[in-house]
Design a protein around this ligand. Structure first.
Ligand SMILES: NC(=O)c1ccc[n+]([C@@H]2O[C@H](COP(=O)([O-])OP(=O)(O)OC[C@H]3O[C@@H](n4cnc5c(N)ncnc54)[C@H](OP(=O)(O)O)[C@@H]3O)[C@@H](O)[C@H]2O)c1
Length: 284
């Protein structure tokens, strides 16, 4: 088998843990190949996309700030990528650039792994944020038939625009509220998801009163550094089940690996510990 090469592109890209994940799987499954971290400046992105197969790459991942630009550059996208309007997984079919978005699948697979019955009685969810990740999570909740969502965001314009778009995705009711609004933000939700960068190392803390959550609610944070954000620690203390951003990161990587290297990889405790060690070293 000839060695295949894949990549993750972004700008900046230093922080990406994707090479650790994919190179772990390449070694575990004894597949000849490589996965590289490439910093591509904005004025080089188009040239990179048109030259990637000549440069020897079969595909790769796309991260901030390029998910929307790469979506627009793709000739073919999956239904999931089309709904989200962003691509995080890329490959070529002949001369066609093709894209998928595996963030939603990663989020849902992780929730299912950590709280298998999360959607049994989940008639109401709250999502904090209104950016690309919030959009992806809403698409995921709609795909699981969650009838009612509440969107909470710092700024109003983006939140209202997203809520308006999401009206056609099958929700029965979508409510919105500014994050700094003093009224109780939560009201009997069975799932709360933070999709903002609040709570991430170096960012301000997310401040939200969890009193209104259902006692059996699952609290999920897509931030993975720190591993347990203040939001998750607070939720754990209150007896909620929690779901971490690291799990989403690991699960979203699997479909791309399968597409490029032909093996559906497993998210193992060993892989999880590898990334945890790396995150801890970066902050020590
Ligand atoms: N675990 C994973 O696998 C995974 C996957 C994808 C993304 N992520 C993480 O998700 C986060 C968001 O990504 P994104 O693509 O959605 O980014 P984005 O499109 O830039 O949206 C950022 C969101 O965070 C809010 N925000 C940022 N700074 C804030 C602050 N100081 N106070 C209040 N709200 C603030 C923004 O509010 P405004 O609208 O008011 O600006 C917006 O809702 C990133 O940290 C990313 O690393 C993780």
């Amino acid at each position: 088998m000839s060695a295949k090469r894949a990549f993750v592109i972004g700008y900046p890209i230093k922080h990406s843990r994707s090479p650790l994940i994919h190179n772990y799987w390449l070694s575990k499954y004894d597949i000849p190949g490589s996965y590289e971290k490439l910093e591509v400046p904005p004025d080089r992105l188009d040239a990179f996309l048109s030259e990637m197969d000549r440069a020897g790459y079969c595909g790769g991942n796309v991260t901030l700030p390029y998910k929307e630009r790469v979506f627009a550059a793709c000739a073919t996208v999956t239904e999931m990528a089309r709904r989200i309007g962003a691509v995080n997984t890329l490959w070529r079919e002949g001369d066609r650039l093709c894209g998928d978005n595996t963030d939603v699948g990663g989020f849902l697979a992780n929730l299912a792994a950590e709280s298998p019955d999360w959607n049994v009685d989940c008639d109401r969810a709250a999502v904090i944020g209104a950016g690309g990740a919030a959009r992806a999570i809403l698409v995921g909740l709609a795909s699981r038939g969650i009838p009612e969502v509440k969107l909470l965001n710092r700024s109003s314009d983006r939140m209202l625009k997203l809520a308006e778009e999401a009206e056609s995705w099958g929700f029965r009711r979508i409510r919105t509220q500014l994050l700094n609004d003093d009224r109780g933000a939560l009201d009997g939700e069975a799932l709360l998801v933070n999709t903002t960068s609040l709570g991430m190392t170096g960012q301000p803390k997310l401040s939200i009163n969890l009193d209104g959550l259902r006692q059996t609610a699952v609290v999920s944070d897509i931030v993975y550094s720190p591993l347990e954000t203040d939001l998750l620690a607070d939720a754990r203390r209150r007896g909620h089940r929690i779901s971490s951003g690291l799990g989403m990161l690991l699960h979203q990587a699997a479909p791309g690996f399968e597409r490029w290297f032909g093996v559906r990889p497993e998210v193992t405790p060993e892989l999880r510990n590898l990334i945890i060690d790396d995150l801890q070293q970066a902050h020590s």
